[in-house]
Ligand binder design. Structure first.
Ligand SMILES: CC(=O)N[C@H]1[C@@H](OP(=O)(O)OP(=O)(O)OC[C@H]2O[C@@H](n3ccc(=O)[nH]c3=O)[C@H](O)[C@@H]2O)O[C@H](CO)[C@@H](O)[C@@H]1O[C@H](C)C(=O)N[C@@H](C)C(=O)N[C@H](CCC(=O)O)C(=O)O
Ligand SMILES: Nc1ncnc2c1ncn2[C@@H]1O[C@H](COP(=O)(O)OP(=O)(O)OP(=O)(O)O)[C@@H](O)[C@H]1O
Ligand SMILES: N[C@H](CCC[C@H](N)C(=O)O)C(=O)O
Ligand SMILES: [Mg+2]
Length: 488
């Protein structure tokens, strides 16, 4: 068992009251989870301030309290540690508690508005195929080799994150690929981690409910690269307007990828259809199973990372050419009878929706209709709703607006906000059906031979969250079931 003194190593401390030479059972930031012998870290959250639960934590047996503001009365026999920043302290303490697992692996973080899951998953699959034991932390799932551990966040909280990394180290993982969300950077979930490299995919409109302005969203993402160590690499997408800005102040070794301009990892799309992509990658022609220009970017990021980590170019391209994309990302089924193509895709931002629809347009052989079913999540960025309504209507022949995860919001009101962004002359293309299954059914009933249906926004998700309750819902399962029923 570790002592509080060991766990506080490298934490920026203002004052200590009581002995830190005490054993700590576990760390927690949640008073409700405190058990006797634990240390409770009081963190200021988005909704409440953890400092108000210090008494509760003590009553449940906490032996140490880590906080930014000391309570007026200090309980005897409890060690109070006043720190400059509780959120940052949590990451550093969690690292120390679990023997700093990130020091013992090659940890690569992927950030950006879209593409994180795809890039991290492809890296995990590639390095596994190259014979390495790997770990993955992603929105869809966490993985240690073949063992799948369900994920609750894109990037877990620092205590769970370090616990998972420690498990990976104990299991012999050499490489770990993780998504780094902007929420995680801002909330210091990655504080104290040692990264071998960082990847930037792109930055477009999302999460303005949380970050308030686009500039602040950029600043938060950039701080990930600002804090990378000098022996790490920082790989960026040169074709993104903010690609170079991200690396402006990094100490890490800079590297670039691009489809449009000179870069360390330069790609050119030669063919792009439903069977995949043919791309030249630094002058070698390769066929990949992933579809669409946006995946050409993801593949370049993965290729560049593998080379920066010292892998052999020919082996990497050979292995990568046979790898499939992540679940629920351009995941398609074709109906037996009428050859209707139904695509499930996790596009839940305006840019992702625009890209996926552009890709679909390029894949059409003739004038098949594109029918889009899409909604927007509740309790999340409201500003993207009218834009997504507009993007869907601009780039589809028919649109059915529906519910995503309404969470605590009124689903009809969310749909109205999406409708508000659609110009009058496009309104005739649009139907609104609140029930997602009904919306998918209607799309299928409107589809003729060889038409393409896009069901966007929920990808791999196996639930729909309505009023705090998660009901089982799986876009792909619903499509399969309805296609059979309707004998399409
Ligand atoms: C908005 C947001 O990010 N919230 C995260 C945040 O919670 P919070 O700030 O609301 O916490 P809070 O309720 O204010 O509580 C503050 C502190 O008091 C403590 N507390 C609270 C109540 C109590 O009785 N006792 C107690 O000790 C809490 O444990 C916490 O430490 O810190 C929690 C612990 O780390 C997270 O679980 C929680 O994620 C929520 C569930 C969430 O939905 N987050 C989403 C938005 C998110 O993080 N998404 C990104 C992906 C986005 C993307 O890339 O698309 C992700 O990385 O998953
Ligand atoms: N490089 C990319 N550029 C733009 N859009 C992309 C890119 N890669 C994927 N997309 C689109 O974004 C959707 C989400 O992709 P992915 O899950 O890989 O992103 P993410 O960054 O992990 O998302 P999240 O923030 O929810 O974790 C995909 O279904 C696709 O429509
Ligand atoms: N990681 C994203 C997922 C959005 C997916 C969409 N289905 C929704 O529920 O809004 C978020 O938390 O904003
Ligand atoms: Mg993700």
């Amino acid at each position: 068992m570790k002592t509080l003194r060991d766990i506080l190593y490298n934490v920026s401390i203002q004052s200590i009251h009581g002995s830190n030479d005490i054993s700590i059972n576990e760390l927690t930031t949640d008073s409700r989870a405190v058990k006797p012998g634990d240390a409770f870290i009081a963190v200021k959250g988005v909704h409440v301030d953890g400092h108000q639960y210090i008494d509760k934590a003590i009553s449940l047996g906490a032996v140490a309290i880590i906080c930014e503001t000391l309570p007026a009365q200090l309980t005897s026999n409890i060690c109070f540690v006043q720190v400059n920043n509780s959120a940052a302290a949590t990451g550093i303490m969690a690292g120390n508690f679990y023997d700093n697992p990130s020091d013992k692996i090659q940890l690569v973080g992927v950030t950006g508005t879209n593409g994180k899951t795809t890039i991290a998953t492809l890296l995990f699959r590639l390095f596994s195929k190259l014979g390495y034991h790997c770990g993955l932390l992603s929105t869809v799932q966490n993985q240690i080799g073949d063992t799948v551990i369900p994920s609750t966040h894109t990037t877990p909280d620092p205590i769970n994150l370090n616990a998972l990394l420690a498990k990976m180290v104990n299991d012999g993982c050499l490489y770990v690929f993780m998504e780094v969300s902007s929420h995680a950077i801002h909330q210091q979930r990655i504080a104290g981690l040692k990264f071998a490299g960082g990847i930037f995919s792109n930055i477009t409109h999302d999460h303005l409910d949380y970050h308030k302005t686009f500039d602040e969203y950029i600043r938060v993402k950039k701080s990930f690269f600002d804090n990378l160590p000098s022996n790490a690499f920082a790989l960026t997408n040169l074709d993104d307007k903010r690609g170079m800005v991200m690396l402006q102040n990094t100490k890490a070794k800079k590297a670039t990828y691009s489809l449009r301009t000179l870069a360390d990892f330069k790609g050119k799309i030669l063919e792009n259809n439903l069977t995949g992509l043919i791309m030249s990658v630094n002058d070698t022609e390769v066929h990949f199973r992933l579809i669409g220009e946006f995946n050409a970017y993801n593949l370049l990021a993965v290729y560049g990372t593998a080379i920066l980590l010292g892998m052999d170019k020919a082996k990497v391209l050979q292995a990568l050419s046979d790898i499939q994309g992540a679940e629920g990302r351009f995941d398609y089924i074709v109906s037996d009878k009428e050859q209707i193509i139904a695509i499930v895709d996790y596009a839940h931002t305006p840019d992702a929706l625009k890209n996926v629809l552009a890709t679909i347009k390029n894949l059409r052989k003739g004038h098949e209709q594109i029918i889009t079913v899409v909604g927007c999540g509740g309790d999340r960025d409201t500003a993207k709703r009218p834009i997504m309504g507009d993007v869907a209507a601009e780039s589809s022949d028919k649109v059915i607006l529906t519910s995503d995860n309404p969470r605590s919001e009124d689903p009809v009101a969310i749909i109205h906000e999406m409708e508000a962004g659609i110009p009058v002359h496009l309104k005739k293309k649009v139907l609104s059906i609140t029930d997602r299954k009904e919306a998918i059914k209607t799309a299928l009933s409107l589809a003729n031979k060889e038409d393409i249906i896009l069901v966007a926004g929920k990808g791999h998700e196996k639930y729909q969250e309505i009023n705090g309750v998660k009901h089982h819902f799986d876009d792909k399962e619903v499509l399969n079931e309805l296609m059979k029923l309707m004998e399409k």
